[in-house]
Design a protein around this ligand. Structure first.
Ligand SMILES: [Zn+2]
Ligand SMILES: [Zn+2]
Length: 424
């Protein structure tokens, strides 16, 4: 099987390519990148006036399987991912059962082998059952091929236990991903603490509940010489704390999600539960700080935090509705619309956040268009606009924050391991 992608504008920050080139794929590998390749391939794709880039690596995705197949499955999520140009996801471990032991991981690996359309990597838990009481056998998770550990959805409250987790993670060579939230501060809050929470009569979640816990997580990681990745950074003080730690040489990386640079708490004025996520949409100042953090390199990665929920869990009173939004199908387009069009990032910088940086953080050989690397390639019509519509979403759940929004950039092809897994 060979595919020749002709005449596209290839963007690959890993190899400093930002030019019109051809790409030849043979089997599951990239075999050549050059100007005007003359060869008889089985499939020829004309990519003239289109962007060609590595497939996206989304390191924060909730697949919901096993346990909540009514929300999403490996099959439906990976179809949605392919449609969004994502060729690798890191699956968060808050499934039922949680990914806290070899048996659970093996169960999910079997489902992935059977149903996944793209690469699915598994994140194990920090603590058993994500209860924050007893550490998982982190070495065993590593042996079972987990790529990181996280109790996402929860933060480990005990400093002692978290310190021990970093120590074990370092010994096993695993990355720790922190959902940094001090529950004693965020409590029963449902939206950002501020003028809007008072006006709407809803309980607020302070910036402090996030940045205070981020500072603690960084401090414990540093003490143990371990790497730490901070999930879903949403506010100004968090960006500042991470910038400061990076300057000190601490091994910290972080991600934000598209809703934090595209939307503010004002989107909540109509009590739309599709705008309810944790951390919550913040203020205009926070949004600007997130954009600045992306621009200056403090924020390494853009990830969706794809969190599908059924209509029964979202179309109810605001306070009772679940936290979280789907994002696999819209993340690249939101980034093109908000970051490229508004000149916050250039194409190579954007591809770094979606491809190269997550690859380096997770130690993957994808996220780049290098000869002999796995052929994960996407072709994008970057000038094509579309309106996000519930019916058009292929994810099993439709709790999208961007319904009705006009976005720029559509995926034409997603190629994963040398196979076309999506074609518009
Ligand atoms: Zn989280
Ligand atoms: Zn999450």
């Amino acid at each position: 099987m060979s595919i020749l992608i002709k005449g596209g504008h290839v963007i690959d920050p890993a190899n400093k390519i930002d030019a019109v080139m051809d790409i030849l794929i043979e089997g599951n590998k990239i075999s050549k990148i050059a100007k005007d390749i003359q060869i008889k391939a089985e499939t020829i794709i004309d990519a003239k006036n289109k962007i060609v880039a590595p497939g996206l690596i989304d390191m924060h995705v909730h697949l919901r399987e096993p346990g909540r197949e009514d929300k999403e499955t490996v099959a439906t999520a990976t179809v949605a991912a392919a449609k969004g140009g994502v060729t690798t996801v890191l699956a968060m471990p808050n499934t039922q059962p949680a990914m806290d032991c070899i048996e659970s991981i093996e169960l999910l690996q079997k489902i992935i082998k059977k149903d996944a359309k793209i690469n699915v990597l598994i994140c194990g838990t920090i603590t058993k059952g994500r209860l924050g009481k007893e550490l998982s056998d982190i070495n065993a998770l590593k042996k079972a091929d987990a790529y990181a550990i996280s109790d996402d959805g929860c933060s480990v409250d005990s400093d002692e236990l978290m310190s021990e987790a970093f120590k074990n993670a370092k010994q096993s060579g695993l990355l720790t991903i922190c959902h940094s939230e001090d529950k004693t501060l965020s409590g029963k809050g449902v939206i950002n603490l501020g003028f809007n929470s008072t006006r709407l009569g809803l309980r607020g979640i302070s910036n402090e509940s996030e940045y205070k816990r981020i500072k603690r997580d960084i401090e414990l990681a540093e003490k143990n010489g371990a790497a730490v990745h901070i999930a879903h950074v949403s506010c100004q003080e968090s960006v500042e704390a991470i910038a400061k730690a990076k300057k000190k040489g601490i091994k910290v990386t972080c991600e934000t999600a598209p809703h934090y640079f595209a939307l503010t708490e004002d989107a909540l004025l109509g009590y739309d539960t599709n705008m309810k996520m944790n951390p919550p949409l913040r203020s205009k100042e926070d949004l600007l700080a997130i954009k600045q953090g992306l621009k200056d390199g403090t924020i390494d990665v853009i990830a969706s935090d794809h969190a599908p929920h059924t209509e029964n869990e979202k179309d109810i009173e605001f306070e009772r509705a679940e936290f979280g939004v789907v994002g696999l199908e819209t993340e690249l387009s939101v980034a093109i619309t908000e970051l490229l069009e508004k000149k916050v990032l250039t194409w190579p910088e954007l591809i770094e956040k979606f491809c190269l940086n997550p690859a380096e953080i997770l130690g993957l050989d994808t996220g780049r268009l290098t000869k002999d690397a796995p052929a994960d390639v996407i072709i994008i019509s970057d000038q094509q606009s579309w309106v996000v519509d519930k019916k058009g979403l292929v994810s099993k759940s439709k709790n999208c924050a961007f319904l009705g929004y006009s976005l720029k950039g559509m995926i034409d092809y997603t190629i994963c391991n040398g196979k076309v897994v999506y074609q518009r």
